[in-house]
Design a protein around this ligand. Sequence first.
Ligand SMILES: [Zn+2]
Length: 335
Amino acid sequence: MDIEPPSPGQAQEIIPGLRWLRFPLPFPPHDVNVWLLEDGEGWLAIDAGMGNDETRAHWRTALAGAATGNRPLTGLLVTHFHPDHAGLMGWLAADHGLVPMMTRIEWLTARSLWFDTGAEMIDQQVEFARIAGAPADYAAFQRARGALYQRSVTPLPRAFRAIADGDTLTIGGRDWRVLTGQGHAPDMACLFCAEARVLIAADQILPRITPYIGLHAGEPMADPLGAFLATLERFRALPEDTMVLPSHGAPFAPLHRRLDALAAHHADRLAALEEACREPRTTHALLPALFRRPLDHRSLGFGLGETLAHLRRLEAMGRVQRLPDAEGVIAWGRT
Ligand SMILES: [Zn+2]
């Protein structure tokens, strides 16, 4: 399958009644996709894009021109709370008089993070990095950077409409089943249309990269990688040749080959990390087992989160254990 990506502000038809918009991002993976589903008089958008002026300008072009055929935005569904997906939810909702659809957990996560900007929140993140073995100067970087979420998310709507796993949404005469995925986000909404054999996969299943699976300070005993792998297993119930519309990268098929590749990728990384724990080391000292290049401060939080997610999976499997020192800094060793 080779579908040309649309330029920003333009749309590419995937199947009749389903169009692809793509907006640039100021960080990797450099683009985010939005899907437009024809729905009666207008369009229902899946995701809103990053909350910045550039994305706003591309939306204005899309809504005024050929991308939408001058038909209005009449619905909005946001797959998960991350800024590149929910960033302009409030702006689009206010401008078009929409009540966005979201799973309740994603909605509440967005609402709570948007207001969680105080010093105590940064203190907790500093402590989370310290016990993972981060270098002392990283704390100063974290404090100087401050809270990030609100910066790329416009003020959120005050009301939403909850969707949940198993719901069926009829959009433009087609039935779309809501499937939620875990691991990358707590309850991300994906949509499957059996008639078209299309899965709108959000960030759950991406074509070339694996979605970020990270442990975070707010839920340090979670097992996001276990949850992500369990979701991959559940998605095996969908037809083998399903076409996947990911939020980053181009549409692809078949679904099952990618499910296999993602599971194999994480199995390799778990094995490499378990091997590196032969000699007990902190999470920070274990980074080279998963990352080829050293991480700068800007990517260190993601690196530690991803390494911890793999360590938590190994811990849950009984393969590694945590060995705290007198200062609470945790080394991980094999059991
Ligand atoms: Zn994303």
